[in-house]
Write a protein that binds this ligand. Structure first.
Ligand SMILES: [Cu+2]
Length: 297
């Protein structure tokens, strides 16, 4: 194969790979999304920046290839001299600045929808006001996410730092979080022991769970995804069982959620009562088996 043919083949392969890349990499190179508006916002922003980067890449590489082929060592060829070309220099300085300004503007516009949660939809759960300022109407379903070596604990309560005892006995679950669709869910993320990281890719950003510090994020799963389960993984190396520290978020309809929460409360209560009964029996049997006059150690 001549070197010219080799170069052309190489160029064709690279061009083909670039053309096919977006198809092959959907969901692989781009952030996962589809579960919540904040995840969708991150994805849109990603593709916008990617598109601008592709235009810049193709432009720069195009000029480079054109120059290399047009002015390759040919006897007597003298390339046009561009040093001191004020028009060109002003052009590419302003061009680069303009690209940065556009990227910055679009990023700041998109950030609002990524950081700040919207209200729950009309058919979502309409919750009581909380002290949290997050959605515009101040109403959200708050869940406390507690990272522990090596499991996530979720407590379904309004405030995770409330010491008044109002939330005492709040329902909880491990590993699988159950949430209603169309409802703005805010999360308070803490850690019990070491640093962990809460991450359900399809539901948006990744948040560190740090002992002594509370992080916040949110998501809102559209109604059509009721019945869907989202999977995630602790994203911070937290110890020898880190790889097994998985997380699930199960989306259900608001009615199913209310039912589940009541069932969960009942189950916890029943388990507590059974525990108390067992303790009583154990204590009773130890007391009975004690010889008269002896005392417990
Ligand atoms: Cu962890």
């Amino acid at each position: 194969m001549t070197s010219r043919r080799f170069t052309l083949t190489l160029l064709a392969v690279v061009a083909g790979a670039l053309l096919l890349a977006p198809v092959a990499s959907a969901g692989l190179l781009s952030p996962e999304h589809g579960g919540s508006p904040n995840a969708d916002g991150i994805n849109t922003l990603y593709w916008f920046v990617f598109a601008v980067a592709i235009v810049v890449f193709v432009g720069v590489e195009g000029v480079l290839l054109y120059t290399v082929f047009k002015f390759k060592a040919r006897k007597g060829a003298i390339p046009a001299q561009i040093r001191g070309n004020t028009r060109l220099e002003v052009g590419w300085t302003l061009g680069a600045a303009l690209i940065l300004v556009v990227l910055a503007c679009v990023t700041f516009i998109k950030l609002d929808g990524i950081r700040n949660p919207p209200d729950s939809s009309a058919n979502g759960l309409q919750l009581a006001d909380t002290s949290r300022r997050l959605p515009p109407n101040g109403k959200s379903l708050n869940i406390c996410v507690n990272g522990q070596q090596y499991i996530w604990r979720y407590t379904y309560q309004e405030s995770c730092t409330d010491k008044s005892g109002k939330n005492l006995g709040a329902p909880f679950s491990y590993e699988e979080m159950v949430v209603p669709t169309d409802t703005t869910v805010t999360l308070d993320i803490v850690a019990q022991d070491v640093a962990h990281s809460w991450w359900i890719p399809e539901l948006g950003g990744k948040f560190d769970a740090i002992p002594g510090y509370t992080n916040h994020t949110w998501f809102k799963i559209p109604g059509k995804l009721a019945g869907h389960t989202f999977y995630g993984q602790c994203a911070e190396l937290c110890g020898r069982n880190h790889a097994n520290m998985t997380a699930r978020v199960k989306a259900v309809t608001p009615e199913q959620y209310t039912q589940w929460l009541n069932q969960q409360k009942a189950n916890i209560k029943a388990a507590e009562q059974a525990g108390a009964k067992q303790r009583q029996q154990l204590e009773g049997s130890t007391a009975n088996s004690q010889p008269a006059g002896s005392t417990n150690p």
